[in-house]
Design a protein around this ligand. Sequence first.
Ligand SMILES: CC(C)(COP(=O)(O)OP(=O)(O)OC[C@H]1O[C@@H](n2cnc3c(N)ncnc32)[C@H](O)[C@@H]1OP(=O)(O)O)[C@@H](O)C(=O)NCCC(=O)NCCS
Length: 255
Amino acid sequence: MMKEIYKIKQLEKDDVKVFVRVIRESFQSQHLIPSIYRSKGVEHFILNELDNIFSPYLYFVAYNGSQIVGCAEFKIIAGSDTFFLNMIASEKEFKGRGIGKAILNFAINFYAGLGYKNLQLDVYQDNNAALDWYFIMGFKQLDYKFLYEIKTSILNLEETNIYIQNFPQYKISKESYGFNYFDVMFDNESMRIGVIEDDLIFRGDYSDSVKIVAKLLQDKLHFENIYFIGTDNMTNMAELLFMNKILRMELKIQI
Ligand SMILES: CC(C)(COP(=O)(O)OP(=O)(O)OC[C@H]1O[C@@H](n2cnc3c(N)ncnc32)[C@H](O)[C@@H]1OP(=O)(O)O)[C@@H](O)C(=O)NCCC(=O)NCCS
């Protein structure tokens, strides 16, 4: 097939709606579980981020003429020479026509010019199309994590006190963007828990504290699904339902 020449530019405010639509349409819902792209206010968040002159994010768009045919979000990892590909998608009828590759090469040149040496990303093991594509693009697997759902209904725990330390800020952000986080204090431990729409996302080490906080937040604040992302294989825990394996991939930049 003939390869068109695509123009790659940084996202402008007028194109945020289309940018989000292209990404949403490209992903199956189970691949957006811990992603802010499924929240109602992601457009609003990106519009505000575009005003942030110190933003760690960059949003790239590929145009075919005046039509947006591809989108990607990158984020730098502070204090490292690694940048991260958070999202990449090409428009349905344009898949396999070189758009993903054009955006990736554009971003690699851009970040290489700033001194970055590695590009990393996370991909679900069962996202076969994306996984094959990343291998073709030269990415190698570094490590992996697991995504579980915590079935708190089967947990029987003693009632105890937890404290949400950022509720006013959480409330405003959640209303406006559909996502935010809780900073929870429990038993001299502090925990940051992601909130995306009606779901909670725990990360890190799985412990009794996670179980207690998960159950209390779900029961008292009526969250729908509770997810946990961690490095350990814990299929032996009755309350953990395995959902997916998340592969961390890396590409060494050679210019
Ligand atoms: C993954 C994705 C971004 C790739 O973009 P794309 O525009 O279709 O890819 P390109 O056309 O630039 O691919 C470049 C090359 O890989 C090939 N290719 C594309 N998809 C492929 C696949 N699934 N398997 C094998 N080869 C593939 C293309 O034919 C092309 O080969 P060529 O350069 O030899 O002609 C796109 O398929 C997509 O939107 N997927 C859904 C969203 C997603 O899962 N994103 C990644 C997770 S963050």
